[in-house]
Design a protein around this ligand. Structure first.
Ligand SMILES: O=C(O)CCC(=O)C(=O)O
Ligand SMILES: [Fe+2]
Length: 218
């Protein structure tokens, strides 16, 4: 049967050809909330001063059988029963310092979160980093939110979707808060890349909700 026999003219293939319609790849919405300037300068100063007395250390990690010091220093504070196994070290929770605890209670009160530990990271300058990872340890309470507060130098915090590799970057400045909601750790990774022009230290506090006594008795 010829086309005309159907009673109307079919477009020819050549007239269908043209520029492909511009279809944007679907963007995934990252489950984060960015709150610039969450801490005022006086609050930042009190916490920064306090942190000068924290017992920060750089534990070893093993990569393919080799030992390396992590390229930053850290301390873990938390409630009793909130020991934390990360980078294959079981770290005992140190008692809460005054201002870190005040900030924890401010976050809990204002955001309706439950938080029982904080990992403090110190990056002495832009050569210190954290590589791609998710905060998906099994002792982190399912569906909980991680609250990250930054002090000192501004650094880029980059997130990357595990499947699509879609990336977003946040220039986290002193006093900024970034909330990572469920399922951020399941679906995305994050990193703090090197920024060699940065010469000042940065501190970051990630407040977490751990399952209490997860590592007890074992
Ligand atoms: O320093 C930061 O902003 C991120 C720290 C981090 O990812 C972590 O402690 O798990
Ligand atoms: Fe992290």
């Amino acid at each position: 049967m010829r086309q005309q026999d159907l009673g109307f003219d079919w477009p020819q293939a050549s007239s269908l050809a043209g520029p492909a319609p511009a279809v944007e790849p679907e963007r995934v919405v990252a489950p984060v909330t960015y709150v610039p300037g969450y801490l005022n300068p006086a609050q930042q100063a009190a916490l920064y001063e306090e942190a000068k007395g924290y017992p920060l250390s750089s534990p070893d990690i093993r990569v393919y059988g080799q030992r390396y010091k992590i390229p930053r220093s850290q301390a873990w504070f938390g409630d009793d029963g909130c020991d934390y196994l990360f980078s294959s070290h079981l770290v005992k929770a140190l008692p809460w310092p005054k201002y870190a605890n005040k900030l924890r209670h401010k976050l809990m009160r204002e955001l309706g979160l439950r938080l029982n530990g904080v990992l403090v990271n110190c990056y002495a300058d832009g050569s210190e980093t954290v590589g791609w990872h998710s905060d998906d340890e099994t002792e982190i309470a399912p569906h909980s939110t991680i609250a990250s507060v930054s002090l000192g130098a501004t650094r880029d915090f980059v997130i990357r979707h595990k499947q699509t590799q879609q990336k977003m970057s946040f220039a986290l400045a002193a006093g900024d808060l970034l909330l990572m909601h469920w399922p951020m750790q399941q679906e995305w990774e994050h990193a703090l890349p090197k920024r060699l022009k940065v010469t000042e230290p940065r501190l970051n506090f990630t407040f977490r909700h751990l399952l209490v006594d997860f590592h007890a008795g074992g």
